[in-house]
Design a protein around this ligand. Structure first.
Ligand code: PEP
Ligand code: MN
Length: 334
């Protein structure tokens, strides 16, 4: 739609799409609204839409992923949060905190440092998808309550993982941003469920998934009407085993061309080892990422999960100083 299109003009286009038996997706942008059409089997004639009032252009999307594609929306989507933070704009979003919520003290101590650093998001898993059934599985609802308390104390927005459809309502009640973990990237029922949720979604890349598979997973979420999706590159499994995973930094510029969704990088899971986290975090910001997700723990040696890749609080503060300098060069700020 044109930048100045009226509400009535947008609604007329939506109504026309529905009359054709198709689904209309109104995707808000910084200056204009894009309306995606799905459900069509073949190509649609753009002419009749181009003639409608308020329409800037009607373009067939040539890719298998539609609503997430850059063709759909030329401006990068900015996802905003109740605490005033945003992802996808000029602000470099920092999501920091422990891998898992372990105690009130651990989370509140970390949250205080995270807030002081200028970051706007606290991360922490309450439901942990662990490789072994004998590993710490998370504090579950109690963990969510601790995160909510930390939000109240610091003003940070909370991101935490949704492990399954059953616990989604409970997580949605406490979280500001719903994280879909790498292991669940192709859990299509879960993707559809968060697609019906009201809160934004942070979709991590699957352990062995291509960028196209990842974008189709995001398409699942958007197809259900939730257009607030953030992609998170967290490393992929390759033949290289010197690090836990291989950070695919190529994904940052590649995704910029393919999608309008914001892209953040998680150097903690991507490397799995603390000495590699800061260099790769700096590289991600230099590559143009919209944000960073980093694991931070007051006592990494005592962490119940992912201790070896967790920054100490002073290491985290040092990282933010470095990232702030690099962000300025690429037109972002912390
Ligand atoms: C996490 O963020 O703690 C996590 C489990 O990440 P991933 O799903 O990327 O492994
Ligand atoms: Mn972790």
């Amino acid at each position: 739609m044109k930048a100045g299109a009226t509400r009535a003009e947008v609604e007329a286009v939506v109504a026309r799409i529905r009359e054709m038996g198709l689904a209309a997706h109104e995707i808000p942008g910084a200056t204009r609204v894009a309306i995606g059409i799905t459900g069509n089997k073949g190509a649609l004639e753009p002419g009749p839409f181009q003639m409608m009032q308020g329409v800037a252009d009607a373009v067939p999307v040539s890719k298998p992923y539609k609503l997430v594609s850059r063709e759909m929306n030329e401006a990068t989507t900015v996802v905003s949060f109740p605490n005033g933070a945003s992802v996808g704009g000029e602000e470099l979003a920092v999501f920091a905190g422990p891998c898992a919520v372990e105690s009130r003290d651990q989370v509140l101590r970390t949250a205080e440092v995270v807030a002081r650093s200028g970051a706007r998001f606290l991360r922490g898993g309450a439901f942990k998808p662990r490789t072994s059934p004998y590993s710490f599985q998370g504090l579950k609802e109690e963990g969510l309550k601790i995160l909510a308390e930390a939000r109240k104390a610091t003003g940070l927005a909370v991101v935490t993982e949704v492990k399954d459809v059953e616990t989604l309502p409970m997580v949605e009640e406490h979280a500001d941003l719903l994280q879909i973990g790498a292991r669940n990237m192709q859990n299509f029922s879960l993707l559809e469920a968060v697609g019906k949720a009201k809160k934004p979604v942070l979709l991590k890349r699957g352990i062995s998934d291509t960028i196209q598979e990842w974008l189709l997973a995001a398409e699942y979420v958007m197809s259900q009407g939730n257009y607030k999706v953030i992609l998170c590159e967290r490393g992929i499994r390759t033949y290289e085993n010197a690090t836990r995973n291989t950070l695919d930094l190529n994904a940052v510029p590649v995704l910029r061309r393919m999608t309008h969704l914001p892209v953040v990088v998680d150097p903690s899971h991507a490397t799995g080892i603390v000495w590699a986290v800061r260099p790769m975090a700096r590289a991600a910001v230099a590559a143009g990422a919209d944000g960073l997700m980093v694991e931070v723990h007051p006592e990494p040696e005592k962490a119940l999960s992912d201790g070896p890749q967790s920054l100490t609080l002073p290491e985290y503060e040092q990282l933010i100083g470095e990232v702030r300098a690099i962000a300025a060069i690429v037109g972002k700020r912390v």
